[in-house]
Structure formats: structure tokens, C-alpha cells
Design a protein around this ligand. Sequence first.
Ligand SMILES: [Zn+2]
Ligand SMILES: [Zn+2]
Length: 326
Amino acid sequence: MAPLVERRPEGLYCPAGDFYIDPWRPVERAVITHAHADHARGGHQHYLSHVDAAQMLKTRLGGAISLQTLNYGEVIKLGGVQLSLHPAGHVLGSSQIRMVHQGQVWVVSGDYKIEAEPSCQAFEPLRCDVFVTESTFALPIYCWEPQSMVIEQISAWWQANAAKGIYSVLYTYSLGKAQRLAMALPDGPVWVHPAVDAIHACYRNAGRKIPLMPCWRGEQKPPAGSLLLVPPAIADSSALSRLAGYEDASVSGWMRLRGIRKRRALDRGFVMSDHADWQGLLWAIRQTGAQKIFVTHGQVDVLVRYLCEQGLDAAPLQALGWGEDV
Ligand SMILES: [Zn+2]
Ligand SMILES: [Zn+2]
């Protein structure tokens, strides 16, 4: 049977439905798994996404884009394909794409996270014949602690800084990680960068209970001991240097690698990711019961080799153009 999804220069393409998934070059019809910039690019004629991603897509790509939205589990027909979106647990509105054509079921995972937490709907394992999985953290060294433990570590660091009368500056992705932290951090003065504030508003409009946090525009001085949620891009900015006394830290799966933490000259690194870790990837793949697994977006060769050693039929589906979330 012909593959339901193939790789073209524009991105992953479904010939039977005549649409692309997260294409990186302009196309007629784009199905978008989630609003991170390396998945949701500008220039497409028509967009399709989960309803909770709509405001973020419009904020990022312009209010005039042609955008159709679906709820999870709602089925539509595109050409000869029945398409539905299912929770990927990665960020608000993130979706796995399920496609059915002539009795074949394919699922493209997009980015996904296994641990459930209240900032977005939890990952839903789906049975399918063919599973296209991401592999961002597909190495055995990537093994996440439960979120509650990481939050305890961050809280202890914040408290120690506050006792010294200095700020705690936390670098975090504006979309996803920042909202996850905002909902999980203990009470206390937390200020957010305008980029984070804008995404907080999208989450609140979608019904997520993000606590209100003052916006830090770089001029004001938050009360001593405050914690600041800011995007990594503002490290070493003049606004930060005006704060005088602070410690900084990053919250990311990449903090598992000591070399990265050192290179960025951070005071601390907290290991927490919006992607599945090694065991999480293997668990999700087993849940699908798929006969064929295509691997994309990350440590492709490692995961393909491991799955083949386990007797599974796995192969790379390289998707150039997808990178680290921004
Ligand atoms: Zn992402
Ligand atoms: Zn991604």
C-alpha cells in the first residue's frame, strides 16, 4: 500500500489528503501540530490546528491567516483521508495527527510529553499501523525526574536567593515551559517578560488557570527576592544587568548535559522538558502497537537502531527544518 505520509522538500506530505504537516516551506494546506515557531511557520494558504492553538498561531503569524480549528477527537475528511487531532501533552493545543485511509491508520506524533500536568491536556496513547515519532531526547541519559521534584529544587534555589536579597532569573521557553512553571511554582513574587505574558494570556483565554503575574518590561525593579521568568534570548541583556544582584538558571531537558550548562555560564540548570525522555518515547511507541515506526526530529539514528534491535520495524524519516523549540 502506498505510504500515507511522505517527505517532500516542503515537509511531511499526505498525498491522499493533499495536505502537509508542519511544513517549513509555503504550501496550500498546512496541518499544524502546535504553535512552536519551528512547527508553525508563516506563508501557508490555509491552516488547520487545535482550537486551543488558534490564538497563539494568530499572535505569531497574523490575525488574517486562514485558520480552521478542531477539538480533540473531532473527525474531518480531507480528500480521501479521515483526519483527527489527539492530545500530545507537549504544550497547550499540541496535537498528534491521526489519519485513516483505506483501512490504514497512521499517527504523526508531533512533539510530545508523557508526564501529565495541568497546563495542557495529557498525552493520549493511540493505536495505529504506522507511527511517526519525534526523538528529541532519544538517548538513555535523558531520564526525567517527576515535575514535583524539579519544582522543589527550583523553590529551594529561589528561597536561598531571596534570603540573600537577590533575584532569581529563570530562562524558560515562552510557550509551554513558562506556563507549566507558572502553574506549579509556590506562592511568591513572580514577574514575567512580555513574551511570556503574551502566551500566559492565550492560556488564560483557553481556560487554563495561570496565576496573574506582573509584567517586567526591564525598567521597573521588582521587589527584592522576586523570581523572573524570561526567555533564554535575553540572557546578558542590558535590562538584566540593571537588576544588579541576581542568580540565573535555565529549565530545560538540555540541562542534563553539564557541558551546555557550563558553556552558557549559568549559575544553575534544572532538568525539565516538554518532550518525552528515553523511557517515555519507548513507552509511547509500545502503546501504539504499530507494525512500522518512522523516526524524525532529533536522535533519529540512535532510536532507529535501538528499535530494530528490539525486533521492531523502524526507519528514519528525516524532517529537515525542525529544530530546538523556540
Ligand atoms: Zn514543540
Ligand atoms: Zn519541535
